[in-house]
Design a protein around this ligand. Structure first.
Ligand code: NAD
Ligand code: DAU
Length: 349
């Protein structure tokens, strides 16, 4: 049994689906179902007794403690977070509450539970974090590795950095067997269309503008979500407690390149009835305040020590992603109704 938090979100739901496709070990999934959480992502598990869904928050210490005592998991995998940089700029409070206070409460409850276990050293607390904690790189800087200095620039990355430090401290001070991963930009099925790639697919098909911030030449490293999930499984299996692991896709591209790739695949798989190219819908809009220019990941440690490499190229991953969105219009309709519209109106006013 493992306890997954935030398992109704983008990466968490992909993780649970992959986990239960490859193992019979049950999952307790604790998710607060914020705007980003969608239990429909896990509808294929309906009636599957290996998936126990609990609607609640990592900030609720009593609930977390009772789940730990009742289900006696051998590991906690913490995905629960506020994850969108632009939302953190409009309203940082939720990021402090969930990412910092929530992770702290989860650590406290876990430590109390683990202290009572006969074999506490075999327990694992896997904290899923981001490359954004390292700040922004110049064009010719080497990629982030596990020794890179923390220099978070947005309220989101600052809150994740704070949570990483708490996780580290619970290992160093109390001996909790923790693992932290710092991953680059994910994309793939169930990605909420506030993030660049699913936003572009959604807007393109609706005939709406494809907004690129600033000059569109910011660089990100892109990783297909299922490759991230396989990396997390590998870290959980064989990672060394107290160690951190950078995870990346070996795919540094400008935002303009990525959006153009998505448009080209759409031209092929869902050509516009009226003719013309989707990339003609690209527009340049006001830049994100404090926008990090470049992220790049050196994933040498996880490759050398745990034998992990991504299976997908950016080309194959984008193709599968576009295909998934074309095949799942009902999912897109469900998540883009209601509060989604309020957010888009506010962000792109
Ligand atoms: P997401 O926003 O899609 O999902 C977050 C999930 O957490 C949602 O289901 C939400 O309901 C849940 N949640 C929020 N607050 C909660 C709380 N207090 N208690 C319980 N559940 C709560 O995020 P994601 O993109 O799937 O990211 C998951 C994790 O991976 C985050 O910690 C994020 O920082 C990290 N990460 C994301 C990326 C990426 O590219 N998306 C890359 C690296 C790391
Ligand atoms: O690097 C890992 C991080 O990747 C994760 O920790 C975050 O949770 C995740 O949201 C993601 O952060 P980004 O800010 O990089 O992702 P986003 O999809 O929001 O933006 C990707 C790039 O595209 C970024 O440079 C901003 C730009 N962008 C984004 C949007 C939504 C645009 O140009 N236009 C847009 O409309």
């Amino acid at each position: 049994m493992i306890l997954v938090t935030g398992g109704a979100g983008f990466i968490g739901s992909n993780f649970i689906l992959d986990w239960l496709a490859n193992s019979d070990e049950s999952v307790v999934n604790l998710d607060a179902l914020t705007y980003a959480g969608n239990i429909g992502n896990l509808s294929s598990l309906a009636g599957d007794s290996r998936h126990i869904f609990v609607h609640g928050s990592i900030n609720d210490s009593a609930l977390v403690s009772s789940l730990l005592e009742r289900h006696k998991p051998r590991a906690v995998v913490n995905f629960a977070a506020e994850s969108h940089v632009d939302r953190s700029i409009h309203g940082p409070e939720d990021f402090v509450q969930t990412n910092i206070v929530g992770t702290f409460r989860l650590l406290e409850a876990t430590l109390a539970y683990v202290a009572k276990q006969p074999d506490r050293q075999s327990f694992r607390f896997l904290h899923v974090s981001t490359d954004e904690v390292f700040g922004s790189l110049n064009a010719d800087d080497p990629a982030f590795d596990e020794r890179s200095q923390y220099q978070p620039n947005s309220p989101y990355s600052a809150s994740k950095a704070a949570s990483d430090h708490m996780v580290r401290a619970y290992h160093h001070t109390y001996g909790l067997p923790v693992l932290t991963t710092n991953c680059s930009n994910n994309y793939g099925p169930y990605h909420f269309p506030e993030k660049l790639i699913p936003l572009v697919i959604h807007n393109a098909l609706k005939g709406r503008p494809l907004p690129l911030y600033g000059d569109g030449k910011q660089i990100r490293d892109w990783l297909y979500v299922k490759d991230h999930c396989r990396a997390l499984q590998r870290v959980l299996e064989a990672g060394i407690p107290g160690q951190t692991y950078n995870i990346g896709g070996f795919n540094e591209r400008t935002n303009l390149d990525v959006v153009t790739m998505v448009c080209d695949v759409l031209d092929e798989l869902a050509p516009k009835p009226e003719g013309g190219a989707y990339k003609d819908q690209i527009i340049f809009v006001a830049d994100r305040p404090g926008h990090d220019r470049r992220y790049a990941i050196n994933a040498g440690r996880i490759e050398a020590e745990l034998g992990w490499r991504p299976a997908e190229t950016l080309e194959s991953g984008i193709r599968q992603t576009v295909r998934w969105y074309l095949d799942n219009p009902d999912w897109v309709t469900a998540v883009t109704s209601g509060s989604y519209r309020t957010w888009i109106a506010k962000q792109y006013a």
